[in-house]
Write a protein that binds this ligand. Sequence first.
Ligand code: SIN
Length: 278
Amino acid sequence: MSQTVSITPTGAVGAEVRGVDLSALDDQLMAELRSAFAEYSVLFFREQKLAPEDHIALAESFGEINVNRFFPQVDGYPNIAEVRKEPKQKANIGGGWHTDHSYDQIPALGSMLYALQTPETGGDTLFASTCAAYDSLSDGLKDTLAGLNAVHSSRHVFGNNTNQPRELLARFNNADAAVQDAIHPVVITHPLSGRKSLYVNPGFTLRFEGWTKDESAPLLQYLYQHVGRPEHTTRLHWQVGTLAFWDNRATWHWAVNDYQGQKRLMHRITLEGESLSA
Ligand code: SIN
């Protein structure tokens, strides 16, 4: 028998989905979740009990798994990346606005992040809608952005000359493999929803194609503060058993680092995406 699903939007981006056991999806539920994912860009599920095998099966029912070459893997499960912060560790993974994999020519669709251990306080994740942010720009700025491409890179984050704190570096792998540079339109048409989305982010975007870094910085900074405005965002408070499934082509995220001295442990599976176009 199919489960009775309730879907409650969480602001400009995201929706909380209740009444679903993610380890027992049928075709009808899959269709509802696919449609909700296209509409809300990030889905939040509570009180799930997922073994690594369930997490993998769930991801595979949405697409092909992308194995991130920089993240540590869960023992025995190379398809699952570990997002771990130990009590003695100061820096966290993802502690600033970014969208994953924009440095790839074919960026990953998104990720399913599952909470195994959460701090008593803090450790939330913020999400921003890059579609709502595009919609609320002026027509003049939309026209200016329409013809632009941007250059993205993994080098300054995961590479040998990274700007990341040393203790985080110890948690990343394959610095020598951080040689990806990619060019994407600044405004993409979202492959699922058809909405326009601002596809630049503070984590991985370097500059506009054909512009210097200095020339690009003021307009990029304007776009970054615009996307991050509260009316474009939502905040997820994790509990053990929460799963968030986000779309990299329609959102940014930020793992808030406000739980020093406490442990947080998540499992992340990332899905392959497709080429992006204006
Ligand atoms: C990430 O950036 O993928 C990690 C997000 C989180 O830990 O909340």
